[in-house]
Design a protein around this ligand. Structure first.
Ligand code: NDP
Length: 466
């Protein structure tokens, strides 16, 4: 083996080690697992705390103090700090710089389901410009309980029937719609007519026509409309976009983006997803949209053609109304091809690989709630940047709050949401006809929009170069 080959092997081993170590440290039981791998004696020490500094490694049993200082004159700041309890300067704020509650915009969340309660409401705790001021639900007991848990006043609780009275509530500026897909249109229109700005969950709506009506309602009422593409604020995804735009991977010719989850029809959140009238479609609308949207923002271009196949097993009653497996190809103007899949019959997965002439880039997962992972590999060297996770839900909500406060356009506009729905309809048409389908659209977005002045873009590539 040449010295160069040996070097490559060493680099690969180093890279593999660093990945394993990072994943390992992310696990909650890391310490004990590590100890287990290093042998039973160490495992025992880790579990019992023996040998740690805390267990008294440096403090003598008779209380005698040891001084390991070297006797030099300490810097001014070190010697002048009082030994008694005292106030200290404001630390540098790494991630959160919250404004006072009365300067934040008030939000009402519509639909208190799985996603709203497990991800979105807790995220208000990490937001800097948004606060929860209202809840809207068809279940009055649940609404009261949640309002109590989050300190929402009784005057901020609404049902679907009296939702329009929200127009009288000056404490609420923005309405976040987290309902089944087919209900997004009705509540976006009602919210805009009530004078509220709107964040609407993906997919925007089942049809392009419904998306158009939502855009018009917000425009007619001079309200902002944003679609909740949280991954467009997620730092690993932003770092990937930056790497591609900066030419780190060369010219991109191929992408492979896959999404899957296994739906249990006993779960309430799966029941509407398997009902066409509420979901609009199956795995493609629900999770294939992540593959579609990521292909578009990673390449920074709009596909011009699609080709697709759809397959659902005939003996699986879950798919009486909506599709299970979808394989679709997006063809981009420069010739690049994205091969994408979505499925409701596989253990949870979502991942993206981008193949360029100089390197390939991989995100696995691509768009989970947490625990993202990004690598770039040029065949010889692998870079795995260290990127801190953020609360992407808080980041997207704060983005819209800032857009309202500064009167700027949200990154993920209604037109951005409508473009995905337009392409989804073309994918269905291709699967139904067996033909390649052209996408008729003049939608375009600045390919650098998501990474220009983004507070969530990590400064990792310079760090890796140095
Ligand atoms: P759930 O089924 O868990 O919650 C939906 C809620 O909508 C219900 O709890 C109910 O709230 C309300 N609702 C009103 N009418 C109906 C109806 N006819 N059938 C069912 N529910 C109804 O769904 P999810 O929270 O998983 O999904 C909601 C939306 O959020 C979807 O658009 C989905 O695509 C999106 N989503 C986005 C994610 C992301 O990462 N961006 C992740 C997960 C979902 P109540 O009881 O309060 O009236």
């Amino acid at each position: 083996m040449s010295e160069q080959d040996q070097h490559h092997v060493d680099r690969d081993e180093e890279a593999t080690f660093s990945i394993n170590r990072r994943r390992f440290l992310q696990g909650s039981s890391g310490a004990l697992l590590a100890a287990g791998a290093l042998g039973p004696a160490f495992a025992h020490a880790a579990a019992s705390g023996e040998g740690s500094a805390r267990s008294g490694g440096r403090q003598a049993s008779n209380g005698q103090e040891f001084d390991f200082g070297n006797g030099a004159t300490a810097p001014e700041g070190v010697s002048s700090v009082p030994a008694s309890a005292t106030g200290r300067p404001m630390p540098d704020l790494e991630q959160y710089d919250p404004v006072a509650p009365d300067e934040r915009l008030g939000w009402a969340v519509v639909g208190l389901g799985d996603f709203a309660l497990n991800q979105i409401l807790p995220a208000f705790g990490n937001s800097t410009h948004s606060r929860l001021a209202g809840v809207v639900s068809g279940n009055a007991d649940k609404a009261r309980q949640v309002a109590q848990q989050y300190g929402v006043a009784d005057s901020g609780i609404y049902s679907y029937d009296n939702f329009d009275e929200i127009s009288d509530n000056d404490d609420i500026d923005i309405v976040y719609i987290i309902l089944p897909n087919a209900l997004h249109e009705e509540f976006t229109v009602r919210a805009a007519q009530a004078g509220k700005h709107v964040l609407c969950e993906k997919p925007m709506a089942p049809s392009v026509e419904a998306c158009q009506r939502m855009i018009e309602a917000c425009r007619d009422n001079d309200r902002k409309l944003m679609i909740a593409y949280r991954e467009q604020f997620e730092p690993h995804n932003l770092a990937a976009i930056k790497a591609i735009r900066d030419g780190m991977v060369g010219d991109v010719n191929l992408l492979s983006v896959n999404t899957g989850v296994s739906l249990d029809p006993e779960e309430p959140s799966a029941q509407w997803r398997l009902n066409k009238a509420l979901a609009g479609g199956g795995s493609l609308y629900d999770i294939g949209i992540y593959a579609l949207n990521a292909s578009r923002y990673l390449l920074g271009e709009e596909p011009t053609q699609v080709f697709a196949r759809i397959h659902s097993r005939e003996d699986d009653p879950r798919f009486a109304q909506v599709e299970d497996n979808v394989a679709f190809q997006l063809i981009f103007p420069n010739g690049a091809v994205a091969n994408c899949t979505s499925s409701y019959s596989t253990p949870k997965n979502n991942e993206a690989s981008v193949f360029g002439t100089k390197a390939w880039l991989r995100m696995a997962p691509l768009s989970n709630y947490y625990n993202h992972w990004l690598i770039v590999d040029d065949g010889n060297q692998r870079i795995e940047p260290s990127i801190q996770e953020i609360d992407q839900f808080a980041a997207e909500m704060d983005h819209l709050s800032r857009c309202v406060q500064d009167d700027t356009a949200p990154h993920a506009s209604g037109e951005e949401g409508m473009q995905d729905v337009r392409i989804i309809r073309a994918i269905y048409e291709s699967a139904a006809t067996g033909e390649m389908v052209s996408i008729e659209s003049d939608y375009e977005r600045d390919p650098n929009l998501l990474i220009t002045d983004s507070p969530n873009l990590p400064d990792v590539w310079q760090q890796s170069d140095s």
